[in-house]
Design a protein around this ligand. Structure first.
Ligand code: NAD
Length: 324
């Protein structure tokens, strides 16, 4: 269970996931014990004002080592990465940041005896020859984006650091993450966040994927729960040391539009697929997460309609607060 004496570092804390995970960790461990770090300055007032922030480039080993000496971290959540669609624009840099950043964190954790490391992988580790329905935990993996290749290599290295060097590193293959508090950072599933904002602004949504493109997705509260449940599970229960499949829901653009129309009947969507359609077509439609369910009791709470209801209620609340 959560231990109030933990000292936690979140790298990439200003991003879509980090800005919410940092707040959840501060609730658990106390605001002063969770250091938010990012190469960018925090824009979100709640993140900036609720605890320590350090402007850090994960590629700078010396700055990372100084930080770890100062705070003596017991856990590191390393979230900084270039995502799938952005990675294709500058593949060499995406490889450099995603791999060197991971090595810097894994080596730092070994050198400074950090108890546990969390590093997210992605459904992007799968590729065109992977079975696309209920993609198994262990299966063919032939990723064809630089992001997917870096995540697959990262998974192998995480397992290596655990088996050969004894580092307690844990990982989840997140599906597309959807939340109302933050905007996405250049992935192939970003449309499923943007669509809610456009719908509430009364705009027609131009979707960059085809109407029948199914992808695995997860609402942010479930992603936070999965992350914390995995990190709190006893080490003996973690049988997967590359990265766990975790599923919650699978839907197409047409289906999410239908779910939104139940609340906003005038909402309209048009389809203009771009290069991201090709990436989406190589990814699973749904994943088999039975190993996560067995090992540490993974169970999502939200489906498409309950997520839509919650997203719309919260975005309306935020809009109303901004208008005051
Ligand atoms: P994001 O792009 O929103 O955030 C990444 C953050 O990392 C940004 O705040 C950025 O400023 C920071 N960063 C970039 N370079 C850095 C550097 N050199 N040093 C320090 N910080 C740096 O990404 P996200 O959506 O929050 O994703 C977080 C992690 O989860 C990533 O590893 C991503 O691959 C993984 N993931 C995300 C999703 C998703 O749908 N969001 C799905 C699967 C996996």
């Amino acid at each position: 269970m959560a231990n109030a004496s933990e000292t936690v570092l979140v790298i990439g804390a200003c991003g879509q996931l980090g800005s919410e995970l940092t707040l959840a960790l501060r609730d658990l461990y106390g605001p002063a014990n969770v250091v938010a770090a990012d190469v960018a300055a925090p824009r979100q007032a709640d993140l900036r004002d609720s605890g320590p922030f350090e402007q850090v480039d994960v590629l700078d080993k010396k700055v990372l080592a100084d930080l770890a000496t100062r705070y003596r971290f017991s856990q590191i959540y390393h979230l900084a990465a270039v995502l799938s669609a952005s990675g294709e624009k500058n593949p060499k840099f995406a490889w450099h940041l995603n791999m060197e950043g991971l090595f810097n964190v894994l080596d730092l954790a070994l050198e400074q005896q950090v108890g546990k490391v969390f590093w997210p992988s992605s459904i992007a580790v799968f590729g065109p020859h992977t079975p696309r329905q209920h993609t198994p935990q262990h299966t063919v993996m032939d990723p064809n984006t630089v992001y997917g290749i870096s995540k697959q290599a990262g998974e192998r290295w995480c397992e290596y650091y655990f088996r050969k060097l004894g580092l307690d590193v844990r990982s989840l293959r997140y599906p597309g993450l959807i939340g109302y508090k933050s905007l996405p950072g250049g992935g192939t599933t970003d449309y499923a966040v943007d669509i809610y904002h456009k719908a509430l602004n009364g705009q027609t949504f131009e979707c960059f994927l085809n109407q029948d493109t199914y992808l695995p997705m997860m609402y942010m509260p479930d992603a936070l729960k999965a992350t914390l449940d995995l990190m709190h599970a006893p080490a003996a229960q973690i049988s997967v040391r590359d990265s766990y499949n975790v599923g919650a829901m699978s839907f197409s653009p047409e289906e999410i539009a239908g779910s939104i129309k139940k609340h906003l009947p005038g909402f309209d969507i048009v389809y203009k697929p771009d290069a991201r359609q090709q990436i989406a077509a190589s990814w699973p439609k749904s994943v088999d997460d039975s190993v996560a369910r067995q090992d540490w009791g993974w169970q999502p709470a939200y489906n498409l309609d309950t997520m839509t209801e919650d997203m719309i209620a919260n975005l309306k609340r935020l809009k109303a607060a901004q208008a005051v």
